[in-house]
Ligand binder design. Structure first.
Ligand code: SF4
Ligand code: SF4
Ligand code: FES
Length: 248
């Protein structure tokens, strides 16, 4: 690897088979003024000194959402997050780690499985859907919004999975408590013009069962790509739930 443009040291933290390891990687800049993305660092590390390093990526264009990792403890989309010297890259703290930087995503997908809200109709004809509906379809399922969500944290009473707590709920069962992403999915169903009245009610019931009460007094959640979670997801759900959030 050429040294001519200088290098940048980044800490890469991995979890594998119950062990946490931290390694300083010297990223060799490909141009003098390069500001590499976290994904560039991981790809170069894997191609040089860390051949077994496991991480996930797909589109490399902020479309698929599967590359999310933590940079300095906060979730970032690896193909779009620039890193600086001294930064630390680690697996998402909000989900259990499979290996190195790869986390299990199935606990959230299973949470909504089997709850068909639109009475069996497809939703290919969203011609009358409100603008908000289309805004919500922009979600790339990166799960960055799980960060600091007290509802999601209820799943891990003894600490977040990124802390390598082995006594975790089994993702294969689907997590008991929800998160901003699950609520976005449910709110999208509620405002889909093809959803039946019954389906709308079921979606709201499900949001409440997932722990919508945790949103009362919560400062709100942040989307990795700028979807207005607070205004377009949480508020309408809470408005619809009304006093049901205060009932025991
Ligand atoms: S507003 Fe609700 S979904 Fe968003 S972070 Fe708070 S508890 Fe989680
Ligand atoms: S709502 Fe935003 S942060 Fe959450 S999964 Fe979707 S795109 Fe990612
Ligand atoms: S690789 Fe698809 S969003 Fe990063």
């Amino acid at each position: 690897m050429s040294e001519k443009h200088g290098s940048l040291k980044v800490e890469i933290v991995t979890h594998r088979e119950g062990e946490t390891a931290s390694q300083t990687f010297d990223y060799h800049l490909r141009a003098k003024d390069e500001r590499p993305m976290a994904l560039d660092v991981l790809l170069q590390a894997q191609a040089t000194s860390m051949p077994e390093l496991a991480f996930r990526y797909g589109c490399r264009a902020r479309n698929c959402g599967v590359c999310t990792i933590d940079v300095n403890g906060r979730p970032r989309i690896a193909c779009r997050a620039r890193v600086r010297a001294g930064d630390t890259i680690s697996p998402m703290a909000t989900l259990p780690v499979l290996s190195d930087l790869v986390v299990r995503r199935d606990g959230i997908a299973r949470q909504l499985r089997g709850r068909l809200m639109s009475g069996g109709q497809g939703n290919a004809l969203n011609v009358e859907a409100p603008d908000t509906y289309h805004d919500l379809t922009a979600c790339i399922e990166c799960y960055a919004c799980l960060d600091k969500c007290p509802m999601h944290a209820r799943n891990f009473a003894d600490g977040l999975p990124g802390e390598m707590n082995n006594d975790l709920p089994d993702p294969a069962q689907g997590y008991r408590w929800g998160n901003p992403f699950s609520l976005l999915k449910l709110q999208r169903i509620r405002i889909d013009p093809l959803t039946t009245e019954v389906g709308r009610g079921t979606a709201l019931d499900h949001a409440i069962e997932l722990g919508l009460d945790a949103c009362v007094g919560c400062p709100g959640c942040k989307c990795g790509i700028g979807i207005n979670l607070k205004g377009d997801v949480i508020k309408p759900l809470m408005d619809a739930a009304g006093e049901r959030l205060l009932s025991p």
